[in-house]
Design a protein. Structure first.
Length: 204
């Protein structure tokens, strides 16, 4: 819709901002904005407040860098988790995907991305050194590399392996039940669970 066709500048502004969200075009943004106009004011205020709180107050675990409302996330703070096994993932969505399998009982390390020179992302931009420090502190038996089987994921796996190869820690990689070039977060829970259970030693 042409900007001049909007009956309200406030509606136009709302549509513009909503359409900035990934996967939402102007038509979908308009439909969502008109939907919000039909809702009770209290409900819309609750939505707006939750988004503000999300952006201003959410934090990250000081240990694994997962999203957390406290300094230490629920997973790292759970005494029943296997703290000797670290599953290395690209992002928070991958943690959620693996947790959805109900098969993994260890802890995580969220890198915040993968090495991608084309996108200007190098090792220093990721939480790789903090992973190395966790391993050096001791008490870690296995590091599972659970990055998506893409070129960038494989590059990151190799870099991490090189950083940890002189330690006594077992380094494994999830089985290739996950299709090549697929992102972990989009893999179904059964396949992902089997890939974790069938992990193999990392080989160069």
């Amino acid at each position: 819709m042409n900007q001049s066709q909007y009956p309200s500048t406030l509606l136009q502004k709302a549509v513009t901002e909503i359409s900035r969200l990934p996967g939402i075009g102007s038509k979908t943004a308009l439909r969502l904005a008109l939907h919000l106009l039909k809702q009770d004011v209290v409900e819309v205020d609750t939505l707006a407040d939750s988004i503000k709180e999300l952006r201003h107050h959410i934090g990250y675990c000081k240990v694994c860098h997962n999203i957390s409302d406290t300094d230490i996330c629920e997973i790292c703070g759970n005494s029943t988790r296997d703290k000797a096994t670290i599953c290395v993932v690209e992002n928070v969505r991958d943690v959620m995907a693996i947790e959805g399998t109900l098969q993994y009982k260890g802890v995580y390390h969220v890198l915040g991305g993968v090495i991608s020179p084309m996108d200007g992302i190098g090792p220093a931009d990721l939480e790789i050194e903090s992973l190395v420090e966790r391993v050096k502190l001791g008490g870690i038996d296995e590091v599972i590399l659970a990055l998506s089987p893409t070129m960038e994921g494989d590059t990151t796996n190799f870099f991490i392996y090189r950083k940890l190869q002189d330690t006594d820690v077992k380094i494994s990689v999830i089985a290739r039940g996950v299709a090549q070039n697929d992102e972990l977060q989009y893999t179904d829970e059964v396949t992902l669970g089997r890939a974790l259970a069938g992990r193999v030693p990392f080989k160069m």
